[in-house]
Write a protein that binds this ligand. Sequence first.
Ligand SMILES: *[C@@H]1O[C@H](CO)[C@@H](O)[C@H](O)[C@H]1NC(C)=O
Length: 327
Amino acid sequence: MNLSLKLKLFTAILIGLCFSVSIAELERFEHPAKADGSLSVLVVGDWGRKGNYNQSQVALQMGKTGEKSDIDFIISTGDNFYEDGLTGVDDPAFEESFSNIYTAPSLQKQWYTVLGNHDYRGDVLAQINPILTKKDRRWLCLRSYILNAEIVEFFFVDTTPFRDKYFTETDHTYDWRGVLPRKEYLSNLLKDVDSALSESSARWKIVVGHHTMRSAGQHGNTVELVAKLLPILQANNVDLYINGHDHCLQHISSPDSPLQFLTSGGGSKAWRGDVSWWDPKEMKLYYDGQGFMTLQITLNEIDVVFYDIIGNVLHKWSVTKQVYAAE
Ligand SMILES: *[C@@H]1O[C@H](CO)[C@@H](O)[C@H](O)[C@H]1NC(C)=O
């Protein structure tokens, strides 16, 4: 090999390295906490049905609860547009299922959104296109990203590409642009999530994805996530894993760690009666109707509250961390 060829090869490798590093890093966003350092968040999932299946009623109650809880922002756990995502950036479903539904004053906040499997059945690039943010400034949807909200860091993870069956099933098609080659995509993602979590110095760490990890609902546990993502969450002392996918409200604790599994997938069509047995020692809530969840976060405490469609509190749960007390 002559010198100029070696040089070219070296340059190519360097460029390749820079490129893989730059695409590998998760994008970061910041959201300020309230003046007193606290934060209030509303979480909804599995919603976009043009108001049908009680989506509008859930939205109405979200508005009332959002007002009372003085929420700072909203998290969507995915399956934003049924049945098949958006057809493009001009799909009227964006207005019909989002802008024209969540109209309450308290919901005019930033939405932080992930993609669900139904979103991958449409034009997936449309849903993550910044043009949608121009149409409705509340909208922020990316595949995977980090949200630093001072006392808490949220890690949004694109879970759909983990699921083997979507790559083999024939009754639906998925838009895998940006995901292939899949093995590389997943290993980069896991590496990025792992390093971002281990570098985080936030008081609380919360991971958000569409798919379940532990669930007694119709879909049950997502075995691929349990195998690949769960160990990373446990190793990095993540406090909460929040998901949708199963159309219910659910809280399951861990037998072997403080990590809690919270499902907020009750944004529209609920799956009544669709529940499997789960150890009652771990199952804190299973509600098979519609609703949503709020998180009240302070330096020392997170309060989780689940609400039904008329604002009844279904379940409350709190976790505390002691402040270091100077002698
Ligand atoms: C809408 O909510 C009401 C009240 O919870 C419930 O009785 C009704 O079955 C729901 N409708 C649908 C389509 O889910």
